[in-house]
Design a protein around this ligand. Structure first.
Ligand SMILES: Nc1nc2cc(Br)ccc2s1
Length: 234
């Protein structure tokens, strides 16, 4: 899997060389390239933004640098197997299913906007050539798409075979299919008693059936309280 990041702050993505994702890069599972969008500017000030047409506050990212970056990175031939991800507050919610689908992609290009956003014609042009995903992390606004791209990258890459040491742990996580899309149950480890708080007895019983039942009940109760929207049968 090749991941490209178009951004005016490429150093944001230096962190991807650390820990699990770093190992995935060292093992050749993932190939990461961060690009400074100003590479594709030609004026003395390396300008990437301009005032919004129709007025309004702030600045909008000019289309030219993005188009020239696409030309260099992707060429002009349409290829639906290339996924262009644009983090944006106005995007569709990024969910575990999106991470799962994108984990099968061979190529993902993250376009990290700043200011008031990217000239919409960039999205229109990209949509004619590649598979475009305008995705939001949640109902809040960041200063740019870089932090969102990092979060999406981790959610996607950890699902790629060979990246996680113990892929079995994936099946018991929140939102995973095996968890029926429910929130993950509370987890405990030793000591059995800590500052007056004990590990639930059932988890110390060694009775796997009872433990599985308790965990299912905990997941449903937690989901009912915190995320009733995830419950499909109520
Ligand atoms: N939640 C999000 N906020 C932002 C802001 C900008 Br500016 C660009 C992308 C995103 S994704």
């Amino acid at each position: 899997m090749r991941l490209d990041y178009l951004t005016i702050f490429p150093e944001f993505f230096d962190v991807l060389g650390i820990s699990l994702l770093g190992k995935a890069v060292d093992n050749g599972i993932v190939d990461i390239h961060a690009h400074d969008l100003r590479t594709w500017t030609h004026d003395r000030h390396r300008t990437v933004d301009d005032t919004p047409c129709g007025g309004g506050a702030g600045m909008v990212m000019k289309p030219d640098p993005w188009g020239e970056a696409f030309d260099d990175l992707l060429g002009a031939d349409p290829d639906p197997s290339v996924h262009v991800v644009i983090p944006t507050p106005s995007g569709t919610p990024f969910r575990q299913d999106d991470a799962a689908q994108l984990s099968h992609a061979d190529r993902i290009v993250f376009c990290c906007g700043r200011y008031e956003g990217i000239d919409h014609r960039v999205i229109d042009y990209a949509s004619e050539h590649w598979s475009v995903h305008e995705l939001s992390l949640g109902d809040y606004v960041l200063n740019g798409g870089e932090v969102a791209a990092l979060a999406m990258t981790e959610a996607i890459v950890r699902l790629v075979p060979g990246v996680l040491g113990n892929p079995e742990s994936l099946s018991e996580e929140s939102y995973s299919q095996d968890q029926e899309g429910l929130l993950e149950y509370p987890v405990y480890t030793r000591p059995a008693s800590w500052r007056g708080w004990d590990v639930p007895e059932v988890l110390m019983s060694g009775h796997h059936g009872h433990i599985a039942q308790w965990r299912r009940e905990q997941s449903r109760e937690l989901t009912r309280r915190r995320r009733p929207d995830l419950l499909t049968d109520e």
